[in-house]
Design a protein around this ligand. Sequence first.
Ligand code: GLU
Length: 408
Amino acid sequence: MHKKLEGKRVRIKAKGKIFEGIVMPSFTGNFVLKLDNGYNVGFKEYELVEVLEVEPFKPQLPELVKKEGLPDIKIISTGGTIASKVDYRTGAVTSQFTAEEIASEVPELTEVCNVDAELLYNILSENMKPDNWIELARHVYKALKDHEGVIITHGTDTMHFSAAALSFMLSTPKPVVFVGAQRSSDRPSSDAAMNLLCAAKAATEDIGEVTVCMHGSTSDDFCYVHRGVKVRKNHTSRRDAFQSVNAKPIAKIDYPSLGVEWLSWRYHRGERDLKLADRLERKVVLIKFFPGLSSDILDYYHSKGYRGFVIEGTGLGHVSTDWIDTLRKVCEDSVVVMTSQCLWGRVCDRVYDTGRDILRAGVIEGEDMLPEVALIKLMWLLGNYSVKESKEMVKRNLVGEIEPTTQY
Ligand code: GLU
């Protein structure tokens, strides 16, 4: 019954009152209505009063005229909260995310750039897979040939994984900017439009790398542009959930002026040639150590053919002494990188005995790399190089993932 009504405007009776709204997909078994104020309300029991006939939603779309002097920017949509308004208002995934649709949602965009658009996916980012990163990288590579920059709209949960994946796969002389939203655009507190505008500004600057542009504070006053290999989602719901870890953000973009303040000089300008190296090894794993975890977990993955291991160790980069023998065995034919679950700071296994044993077993210190970034770096290295070469290359800073000195 719910399924058949999805996307329809209905009037129901529940809790002694009449409610009107659009029937939403529900995964809990409750009947969920999106009310006109933008909020979703779930009902266990209800009585259907009426299915309302409504004119199919036809937005008034602006005609886009290319403006001389403004850069051409391509927006590639992949889904997530930033894409959710159009779905919910029509009650179905009917939007094609055309340039006209996007410009009608955020008209100020047309003052910053000439918008071109492509709908690649409409998926929640927890459903992204390495295959999607590869397909996305190919689409971005193609778009960069005839645009000044590319914006990728993306669900925020795994946006930093995708940004890291593209950072390794793509060498770019032009900006590639990931952007998302913590609140959908049908909510008054949405951050979608501001993030998108700031991302458009970032996409027109001389930044030759993959970045993430998101709210910098809990107010609507500025966004940060983060390096794709130094950024992480660090809060479940705050607008300023994304932070640069062990690095400064590249820039701050004020809102609404869109004035740019440069915060770091450590990023690529337009000096690199456009190149794509899109092979990724899937048999790479990230293991979070906790007190009492058995090293059998290493044996298990090793026996399944995994040759890339990233460990999220404690503190400076430790695991239990009980792990040393297994580590020594696994390191013989695999790359094992130690990162820290502290996230902030640098791994150093030369301070304590356990650390020195870990190094003697053949484990490589991941410096100040984020665990997820080390994981993707290993996927990329093992996809393109031998285990021996990968062991050497993982220590080197390839695209900004390792800072030479510890920040903060
Ligand atoms: N979990 C979803 C995703 O990451 C929605 C959250 C969001 O877009 O922020 O795609």
